[in-house]
Design a protein around this ligand. Structure first.
Ligand SMILES: Cc1ncc(COP(=O)(O)O)c(C=O)c1O
Length: 448
């Protein structure tokens, strides 16, 4: 068994890999391509087959692969120093924090706490909120995804049934708007906003608003459905937080760093939280980096109070150097604004697919983060596959299989597939991806 074989046909390689790897999937019979290298918006398997990455990996590789400026910065930093304890000040961390201040959604400025990824950042955001408010409870939405640690999966609202263990004590859920399938039986966006806010107020009143440290939510949801909230909803949540002394945390792990068409979704939507958790696009996945942006007036609490949150690799200098270089590239190449151009392309291209394919029930999104919700019937909106279908379903396997055969990568959950290309994608590359989607939707419909 030689696991180091690259670029040569070896039929046994997948079964050899299956014996030693534990990927995020049902593993028996798993036979994905063996990916060996990547460049720009494409990655390649060991046979040299090219795949267009229409989902930026897990909606994170926003600069595409192998950007020379980021690669060089990481190489140089590795030679200088990879790590120093977070109790020391460090020039790279400080330069990054200053640059983050230049894109801060808050006029008052921000301070940065580092973590190694998204789930850890959300866990830390809750610790910060609890330390400041000295309150125990946290509210998060059903149909949300906040990460895989015990803390973040307790916050996560989707697939709650799958974990045989209860969420951590104090992690309370509410229903947020979902205009395409309203949990409030509403028929228009204004009614959805009004009823969703009434529901949230009731949850707060039954659970005791004075017990809540934070409401933590994605400003638009990501892998749990790419739901864009109707006008006025987030403003209403902000007002409820203000009324009850609750901190508002935006999980911008997916929406941050240009994905929603601005530096942060908070900036684009003009609703200001108190803390923002970030990861993914921050370093465009060149290094494992996450963290929490804390608005200045909140961060000041820790001038006289112990900030009791930390990890060995939090603020890992190599990881931060990747983030700093990535942010410089985002700004130099105007990629946050470019997401708005991609938004126009996606709106038009995905609307064409919807017009052509009856299986496409809804197209929604913002910036360079869109989704197709697939249905059996457009009038009844019956989902193509049940929302709670474990381990994948035959129709979606057909769809993703056809897409991969065409050399296009995308992913999603149940009947919702995400379209979130790198922010550097060209129009012709995007058209190549849309053609792949067109063919895969055709194959799916033919199989039904
Ligand atoms: C909105 C959101 N929050 C948190 C996470 C968890 O991030 P990580 O996988 O880096 O722990 C994700 C990952 O998909 C996410 O989309």
């Amino acid at each position: 068994m030689d696991l180091k074989i690259h670029g040569q046909a070896n039929a046994d390689l997948p079964s050899a890999y299956r014996k030693v790897l534990v990927p995020w999937a049902v593993q028996g019979g798993l036979n994905p391509p063996v990916i060996t290298h990547a460049k720009g918006c494409h990655f390649f398997d060991r046979d040299g087959k090219r795949y267009l990455d229409l989902a930026s990996g897990y909606v994170a590789v926003s600069l595409g692969h192998g950007h020379p400026k980021v690669v060089r910065a990481i190489q140089e930093q590795a030679e200088r120093m990879c790590w120093v304890a977070s109790s020391y000040f460090n020039d790279v961390r400080a330069e990054y924090a200053e640059l983050l201040n230049s894109i801060s959604p808050w006029r008052e400025g921000l301070r940065v706490h580092f973590a190694c990824g998204g789930a850890e950042a959300n866990d830390d955001a809750i610790k910060i909120a609890r330390q400041i408010t000295r309150r125990p409870k946290v509210l998060t939405a059903y149909r949300s995804y906040h990460g895989g640690t015990i803390g973040a999966s307790s916050m996560t609202g989707v697939d709650r049934w799958r974990d045989p263990f209860p969420a951590l004590p104090g992690m309370i859920k509410f229903f947020a708007p979902y205009p395409y399938r309203s949990p409030f039986f509403s028929t228009d966006p204004a009614e959805e906003t009004r009823r969703a806010l009434q529901h949230l107020e009731q949850v707060l009143s039954h659970e005791g608003a004075q017990n809540f440290a934070a409401i933590l939510m994605e400003p638009m949801t990501g892998s749990s459905g790419v739901v864009v909230y109707p006008p006025g909803y987030l403003e209403g949540v902000r007002a409820l937080c203000d009324r009850h002394g609750i901190l508002l945390v935006f999980d911008e792990i997916m929406t941050g760093f240009g994905r929603a068409g601005a530096a942060f979704a908070a900036t684009r939507l003009q609703v200001m939280p108190d803390l923002i958790s970030f990861a993914k696009g921050a370093s465009a996945s060149y290094t494992p980096l996450g963290g929490v942006l804390v608005r200045e007036s909140i961060a000041r609490h820790f001038d006289t109070m112990l900030f009791d949150v930390g990890h060995t690799h939090a603020g890992h200098v190599l990881a931060v150097a990747g983030g700093l270089a990535a942010l410089k590239v985002y700004l130099e190449e105007g990629l946050f604004e470019r997401a708005l151009q991609i938004e126009d392309w996606l709106r038009a291209g995905l609307a064409e697919l919807q017009a052509k394919h009856p299986v496409v029930g809804d197209v929604r999104g913002m910036g360079a983060l869109f989704a197709l919700e697939l249905v059996r019937d457009r009038v009844s909106r019956e989902p193509l596959v049940a929302w709670h279908h474990p381990g994948g379903s035959a129709p979606m396997r057909t769809f993703y299989g056809a897409l991969l055969a065409r050399g296009v990568h995308a992913y999603g959950r149940y009947n919702v597939t995400i379209v979130a290309p790198p922010l550097v994608i060209s129009k012709s590359e995007l058209d190549e991806g849309l053609e792949g989607l067109d063919a895969a939707l055709g194959a799916l419909e033919a199989s039904l």
